[in-house]
Ligand binder design. Sequence first.
Ligand code: G6P
Length: 468
Amino acid sequence: FYGECSWFVHNQKYNKAEKMRCIQMNSGLKIVTIGGGSSYTPELIEGFIKYYDELPVSEIWLVDVEAGKEKLEIVGSLAKRMVQKAGVPIEIHLTLDRKEALVGADFVTTQFRVGLLDARGKDEGIPLKHGVLGQETNGPGGLFKALRTIPVILDICKEMEEVCPDAWLINFTNPAGMVTEAVLRYSNINKVVGLCNVPIGMEMGVAKLLDVEHSRVRIDFAGLNHMVFGLDVYVDGVSVKDQVISMITDPDKSITMQNIHAMGWEPEFLQALNVFPCPYHNYYYKAGDMLEKELKNYNDGGTRAQVVKQLEDELFELYKDPELAIKPPQLEKRGGAYYSDAAVRLIHSMYTDKRDIQPVNTMNRGAIASMPFDSAVEVSCIITKDGPKPLVMGDLPVAVKGLVQQIKSFEQVSIEAAVTGDYGKALLAMTINPLVPSDRVAKMILDEMLEAHKEYLPQFDRELSPSL
Ligand code: G6P
């Protein structure tokens, strides 16, 4: 894969710096990161630095919007210091001009939040006021995040078609499953992969629990984003599922993310379920307990959005330090910690046609029997230069299939609402969400959220509730 540099790289006359320069000049990759002002950017930069010898990235373009300009400059300067300290010849560019940045990109990564953290506060807080979990990805909050995000991702796809039609879109923007499916269904971009840190977090959690190297752990993943199950868990190819299931019932050994409070599981329940749940299943199998906890937090000072705002303020203060030239460990307090491992390992495997197994969001194509063929699922795939090839997982166990299908219906109706701006579809999506108790409550939450977010929902301008 060194291409033009093959002869040069294998010639002992030249030193490493000269070889690297040749790779950079001849096959350097252009990465464009939309939402580049995010506090997570140092994660990504650290990943590209770590893999530089095998993944010759020559340019990273960090793109943001006017409202994120200050953050873009702060995190962009840190990114420049990080590559300089690491001694890798990656150029960092900062821009507010998305289309200009996209020209000739090889990989486009997306990590933006339409409406910033204020919008997240509303996604989480408004449902809670009505006694309903907001859940900013698969719950009522997720519906609104989708309504705001999908039109923007479809605009990005149109620009990609024009200026970088061969690029791969690697989407981390939540709700990652819905965003990926929206691209597959409503854009001309087929080269899209949705990525999340939950599966890699589950793998790392198992590795820690069993005190083995992460590389020895493999999980057969099947489901949807934030609704994924480990159908089997292996260390060195030998199933350890029963052992893992019995260990994680203990709250102290729960495998979770920083943003989800783990409470452990009823041992008999988990044994009967007989698959490894992801941390987001706490919202569905422990809805009452989670609601109580989130209501308490909300009344004591706010939702996760407020916690994250404070964490972000602290992080950006650190990022401003001209002496800082590494990803600060404090970033690990964010729920998306280690997503660079997932992102860069994916891009690396695609670039090198590695054909290893990784869990991603991609079109089902029959991999999970009772999910629609042309719908996005989160599933273990073989990662090739032509994209992820899903592994056939068979069917989901009957006890979990219904919930996964219900969330898939919620996702599909939400996507249609986002694309059409149809009030009825939005109400339908809200009402069929398993966290919402009735059509009446759904309508109250929907109307309040449509009003609160209207600045970011131009597609709904003409379509407010008939009774408003
Ligand atoms: C998890 C999810 C991500 C999500 C993040 C939120 O890790 O997988 O999709 O963005 O948590 O974390 P935060 O620190 O923003 O609450």
